[in-house]
Design a protein around this ligand. Sequence first.
Ligand code: GLY
Ligand code: MN
Ligand code: MN
Length: 492
Amino acid sequence: MKLSITLIFSLFFFFGSMAQSGTPKDYLSKEFHKERRDALRANMPANSVAVFFANPVRNRANDVDYVYHQDPNFYYLTGYKEPHAVLVIFSESQNVSEGKPYNEKLYVQQRNAQAEQWTGRRLGVEGAKTELGFDQAYNGSDFKNSGIDFASFDKVMYEDFRDDYRDTRNTADLYDLIQSFKTQIQYDNSFTITNTTNDVEVDSDSKVETVTVKKDTRTLSRLMAGLREVKTEEELLLLKKAVRISAMGQREIMKAMHPGMSETEVQGVHEFIYKTYGSEYEGYPSIVGAGNNGCVLHYIENTKMKVENDLVLMDLGAEYHGYTADVTRTIPANGKFTKEQKAIYDIVYKAQEAGIKATVIGNTMQSPDTAARKVVYQGLIDLGIAKNTTEARQYFPHGTSHHIGLDVHDPGTYGQLQANMVITVEPGIYIPIGSDCDPKWHGIAVRIEDDILITENGPVNLSAEAPRTASEIEKLMKEKSVLNRLELPSLD
Ligand code: GLY
Ligand code: MN
Ligand code: MN
């Protein structure tokens, strides 16, 4: 048996209309990133400076690194996708008396023909100017002589360093950039601002007379969360696309699913659909858990060789140009919910409906959780699975909502819901084998997760194209899938 040419063509035809041709043009614009920097600057304290570093390159094994992923704040503010870079944003214009004023500087990887032959084109200083719109762009090696007098600012804001970066032969890698930043801010004897109310505490070994730089590792995260939690129209285009692609993955697997599939294969179907629609990555490791495996909230092994007649919990999200969806469906592998599976499923569905109804402007980020939790607890008590809410809580051990965006768990201030926020509503019930209830419930795990846009006119379910009710799911599972005709040669 072999993969038929006809099938390849039909798959190509089937998805081809949605696929991109050439290089995608729908990235965030340089104007978007500039506008976001201006928005941050407007919220920065007077006479302050904010410093951002690119994400580290992470090693996978020997000379192979993980696929590089830019730090989301860095990407949001610059559009720069390469490692080994620093962004400096000043609250006010600098150098006003001496020359051309500036209020930001970007230090990037130097161009290098030999390196680029191996790992691809670098933007370099010129690219940072023309493609990203930075007037003040420099090579990373210039950062150690940046000329920035950090001691002259009332606050030097940055996010605390993670310690997972490596010193390489590159003399302007992230390690060197951070080292030279530490030198420039007199890292070892600076004031440390420990909270956001401007209390200042002197490091124990500091001498007040010699301390000059006031560093603040708290405020910046809060300022960035305040910006990123409300999406602009440009962001919403990408985020909606990521969510729709993910919903299409759920639809296709509903048609293709059968008890002989492995968890890995189920994962592969989703990810194949994502790529066919032009999504570059998954926004987080894909979760496909059959039966009891679904009770592990972030189960990513996906190694069960046959999903059999179990419920299959599938929590996956396509990442499109940096923006990630987060969508979960739970479906019966054989196309029909058992009585017990449906009883649990219907509670989670009703809880999600209540949660979605609560995603309205003026409510708090907590509101969907409160609404959903009430339904789950009552449902579990009514079925005799729990005697009271304390017992019920163990079967719904996670929160109901988080922001999505450049991160699957996007930063936010977790206060009031506002228009153009996009949050998940994802109640679940998980009854692991061995739970203190009738064994007929054991091994049932259900999560339903949708991505909800908050608007003046109420919640909009961006992932609604993936069926949610038990009957809609059973109906779609009866449809034929082109993927069922995919027959590969046996390797035995
Ligand atoms: N996929 C992780 C979550 O739902 O939060
Ligand atoms: Mn999820
Ligand atoms: Mn989620």
